[in-house]
Ligand binder design. Sequence first.
Ligand code: ADP
Length: 155
Amino acid sequence: MRTALFPGSFDPFTLGHQAIVEDGLKIFDKIVVGIGSNSEKNGLLTVENRRRLIEDLYNDNDRVDVSVYSELTGEFCRKIGAQFLLRGMRNTVDYEYERNMMVVNQMLFPEITTVLLFTPPKYVAVSSSMIRELLAFGGDPTQLMPDKIDINNYL
Ligand code: ADP
């Protein structure tokens, strides 16, 4: 079985993240969305609420799981038996960052393959930080969030 870990902060999970999961499901049998719990500091949502939001989204899809982890991402891959690390890429800034992560992960966890998927063009400007910014100034981020998700239920 091909299992991929999709790691991130997911504070909160966005339409862009959803697009990566959707595309990833064409390649992998199972995707574990892994919320890195050390990213809780300065977060908008608690780690527990980030998990709840993603679980609400995928509770009828047994090919998508959600986990919170606090060890190195590669170590968590080994623990859950994920052979692949799935990441999304919007632009060259993401590319540089993801390439460096891949190089280090390759050194430390050579058996794990990083797979980078392009974000669909309509979501290149979507980010968790944009949603946090909108909320900070009283804006409505609904259009950047997956359908049926009301961020107010998770704040
Ligand atoms: P991190 O703090 O690890 O970057 P994020 O939750 O911000 O965590 O992102 C997790 C992954 O999703 C990263 O690979 C990031 O590049 C990707 N991602 C974020 N926003 C988008 C988007 N709009 N489209 C595609 N991928 C995205």
